[in-house]
Design a protein around this ligand. Structure first.
Ligand code: ATP
Ligand code: MG
Length: 561
């Protein structure tokens, strides 16, 4: 969408207002701050498009900041995956930053807070600390260690850093107000001891700063003007500001935190923790399994960056949380692939046709348009012969007048080819139809200009020539969850809603033009959907993923039920 095509979202209004209140365009700087504890999902796409979109709109830098303060959950693999996904979406960050690069600065500032009597080492267990927190309506109680002397605090904090204590033995807390109405202000923990190697700082540190202490100070160090986060951080804003108050100097820009609503997608979960559970329990094969709502999963499934960005633009930025129907995302991928994906023919559930009046051994190469939506896409040749496959669903011995496909005594057009008529069929012992004998009308060839070629019949079927067909593994995906809000049930776990039939693998028979397909190629199998060549594909064994069907089959099912 062009910059002027839509009205400003509320975050842009905030920036616009700031620009009239003393900020200049040069003051603007944004960041996208993922924690590298998993792969990015479709919810993150909203945050990426918001932050990088602001960067583009105001010609301002956007940092990619890894919020890497918890070595127990974070890995380099995730850092690399996140960078790849942001790039694939088409965005360029200004600086690649890591919260871990600020560990020393954060430590120095924490020491300063201790000296000013604004932080103390608490030696209670985490349970005791939690028990003293109070409730939203009752104040908390003070820790017996709250009034330790500055010297004792300094020496204990140094000891924490130098590895003199075990995990959990002490924490550093900010000394704010145990009776604040905002429970987050009741002496929040700033540091904990964790003897765990970090993917970047290795064993340099055995104390790690908490999110609230780290985030605002990182924004300040990078001079981020607008620090945008999701709504659950609204109550943290007061603490974000308190921590900034302790360090901001008057000649530097003071970041502001503003909140927007998390985006949820129906029929799936968007939480790295839950997605990790799907990977670890083997419900899916990997983070980039094409059924996953991860950006890498969508990429592998055949989605384009354009379709994801258009989806994100359509849903916009909101102040309240809601669930967006996944069919809207499907709509956007269909819309884009319709423009760019060449049309080809493939049969996934084959039924053999024999054209009894077509010469044995004869073949013709028929002209086929690549994309009716794109005149520059050109055309190709598809082979035609006496023996063809069509889909089993496209033939019935008998059917009513509304069945526009092939039935005994009825006619259909074979796409790009001839009109055929079904004369008889053969069955096996169980009564399954194994072959249909047809005749073809030699004068009805598509595009030949004869009167017969213009003759209208109700149905057009896709097909492939059996002797020319190539085979491929075709992976058909269904929704990963049977419920619209799998994690929205109090009495049930989201794992209870996993759809056991979300992946079906079949052998497809494809027109030979697909022989040299490359990983990532996108095509429309006519009448079946859009497909993408999977990364498992090799020249010896092609593998296709169905990205999306041509129409929304679920909407129909749900209307019926
Ligand atoms: P998760 O629970 O999936 O780990 P998170 O918020 O902890 O999510 P982060 O890596 O901290 O994940 O997120 C990076 C940025 O993306 C944050 O600013 C966060 O607010 C934003 N974000 C995360 N999930 C969503 C979502 N569903 N919709 C919009 N923004 C999101
Ligand atoms: Mg998180």
């Amino acid at each position: 969408m062009s910059k002027e095509a839509r009205s400003l979202n509320f975050i842009e209004h905030i920036v616009e207002e700031d620009l009239t209140m003393g900020y200049t365009q040069k003051d603007l700087r944004f960041r996208f701050p993922p924690e590298p504890n998993g792969y990015l999902h479709i919810g993150h796409a909203s945050s990426i498009c918001l932050n990088f979109g602001l960067g583009l709109r105001y010609n301002a830098p956007v940092n990619l900041r890894f919020d890497d303060t918890n070595p127990a959950k974070e890995e380099k693999e995730y850092v690399e995956a996140i960078k790849k996904d942001v790039k694939w979406l088409g965005f360029e960050w200004d600086t690649e930053c890591y919260a871990s690069d600020y560990f020393q600065q954060l430590y120095d500032w924490a020491t300063l807070l201790i000296k000013e009597g604004k932080a103390y080492v608490d030696s209670q267990s985490s349970e005791d600390i939690a028990n003293q927190k109070g409730t939203p309506t009752e104040p908390g109680s003070e820790s017996p260690y709250r009034n330790r002397s500055v010297d004792e605090n300094l020496s204990l904090f140094k000891g924490m850093k130098e590895g003199e204590f075990k995990d959990g033995e002490h924490v550093l807390r900010a000394k704010i107000d145990m009776s604040s109405s905002n429970m987050l202000m009741r002496d929040p923990v700033m540091y904990r001891i964790l003897h765990k190697a970090h993917h970047r700082t290795n064993t340099d540190w055995c104390i790690y700063p908490m999110y609230d202490w780290t985030h605002g100070e990182s924004d300040y160090i990078e001079q981020v003007s607008h620090s945008l986060c999701t709504l659950e951080f609204l109550p943290h804003r007061e603490l974000y500001d308190w921590f900034l108050d302790q360090v901001v100097s008057s000649n530097k820009l003071r970041p502001k935190q503003r909140e927007f609503a998390r985006r949820n997608l129906s029929h799936t979960v968007v939480s790295k923790r839950k997605l990790l559970q799907l990977v670890e329990t083997g419900v899916v094969e990997s983070w980039d399994d094409p059924r996953m709502p991860t950006i890498s999963g969508f990429r592998r499934r055949g989605f384009t960056p354009e379709s994801i960005k258009n989806f994100v633009d359509t849903i916009g930025i909101a102040k309240r949380e809601n669930v967006v129907d996944v069919s809207l995302l499907d709509f956007h991928v269909r819309e884009h692939l319709n423009k760019i994906a060449p049309r080809v023919m493939a049969v996934l559930n084959p039924l053999k046709l024999v054209l009894t009046n077509y010469d044995e051994g004869k073949e013709e190469w028929l002209n086929a348009e690549n994309n009716p939506e794109d005149s520059s896409a050109g055309s190709r040749k598809v082979p035609f012969s006496r023996e063809l496959y069509i889909e089993q669903e496209d033939f019935r011995e008998e059917a009513n007048r509304k069945f526009f496909r092939l039935k005994l005594g009825g006619e259909v057009r074979l796409k790009n080819g001839y009109i055929i008529k079904a004369e008889s069929c053969t069955k096996d012992d169980e009564g399954n139809i194994t072959e249909v004998q047809c005749t073809y009308d030699p004068k009805s060839k598509s595009g030949s200009g004869t009167e017969e070629s213009l003759r209208k019949v109700k149905g057009t079927l896709h097909w492939v020539s059996i002797p020319h067909a190539i085979t491929a593994e075709v992976r058909l995906y269904d929704r990963l969850f049977n419920d619209p809000t799998p994690d929205g049930h109090k009495d049930k776990d989201f794992m209870d809603f996993v759809n056991q039939d979300s992946l079906k693998k079949v052998i497809g028979y494809l027109e030979p033009s697909l022989k040299d397909s490359q990983i990532g190629d996108k095509v429309q199998f006519q009448r079946l959907g859009y497909f993408n060549v999977d990364q498992d594909s090799t020249p010896e064994k092609l593998v296709f993923n169905r990205t999306v069907t041509l129409r929304d089959t679920w909407a129909k099912l749900e209307q019926k039920s």
